[in-house]
Design a protein around this ligand. Sequence first.
Ligand code: IMP
Length: 428
Amino acid sequence: MKGKVEAIIGTQWGDEGKGRVVDAVASRVDVVARYQGGANAGHTVMAEGETYIFHLLPSGMLYPGKTCVIGNGVVIDPQQLIDELEELQDKGKDRARLVISESAHVVMPYHKVLDGMEERFRGTGRRIGTTRRGIGPCYMDKVSRRGIRMEDLLEPDVLREKLTFNLEYNNLLLTRIYEESPLSFGEIYDEALAWGERLAPYIGDGSLVIHKALEAGDTVLLEGAQGTLLDIDHGTYPFVTSSNAVGGGGCTGAGIGPVRISRMTGVTKAYCTRVGSGPFPTEAEEEVATRLRDRGGEYGATTGRPRRCGWLDLVALKHAVRVNGLTGIALTKLDVLSGEKDLPVCVAYSHEGRRDEDFRGGYSYLENVKPVFQKLAGWQEDISGCDTWESLPEEARKYITFIEEQTGVPVVFIGVGAKREQMIRRGL
Ligand code: IMP
């Protein structure tokens, strides 16, 4: 097969700036595919003076002539998808061909209600801080083999049968466990049929479309959502999302054989943020966190929640290098660190008197580690206009070189601002 697959994935807790890195390479690829997650993601892309936030559409949608695939591993809130499509159509920017996998699962209205109920049931301390987009309950139905897939929206009789069964089960949860009112079949059924009608032109076999593109010698880009530390297997369980955000998830979530992937780029913010609950070893005290949050505009693209902020964690980053097989790091938001006197970088965890350099995601372990910081010198200059490696202050170059030495992976892209052109390419 002549074509190549590359992946761009998050190495932290999401919000690393994947959208803009995907946008930076989208012009040289032919197909952009999302493979997991759903409308919990919020990918911000700035183009032609406008800001777009995509929750479900792949970031390649702004490019004429591309094919964008929403893979089978994604869970789709059809109304959200229709709204995003219509916004682009209204602005005359729906320039790509969209293919929605027929086997992607549908987030139903009751999944969103149940997401909130489940959080309430967990209570303080156990609450995950989900985006309440129905992601967990939808994946639960998928794995329990009672879910509704995009293809079902196209067949009224199949939909009737599947929705009856699925709603019966979920209404039992709502009424008997959570003591809420049941949802009515008729309204949801009519709404779901309308979604199917509207989206029918796009629904197809995503894996086959990708396969044919590869046969024709095209390049396929897998666009990850969330990040490695939110991965259901490799993240900080149970404070994670319900899908495989790691690069390997791209194989199952888009229907591609593993050996096809030749490049795996891990997007890493120059510091760390997290939304939602769960351990965060390098979380900064409030004064520093507020500074980073204000400078970096660290508020959730999906929920608007202020993000927790802290320093770069190389123990976690090395874990991301390992479980994704990273071939390159795209370092984003380096400009946000300008003006800091010192830059503490976490090089190990201290746990019960031991120094650990290997990451473990388990909650009880991570809650009890203390970061071991190495302080690097900061820089005072505004770097948002830097467009070459040489034009960066020496301290900024040392910061990047330190990351490369510690991880053994080259930094192939440096983001110095939110605009499309504010970046330095080093091989991406
Ligand atoms: P869920 O994916 O909505 O179930 O949320 C599970 C956890 O993942 C929560 O901590 C969310 O804040 C987090 N999360 C989900 N999607 C994103 C994202 O795109 N960026 C950052 N955090 C996310």
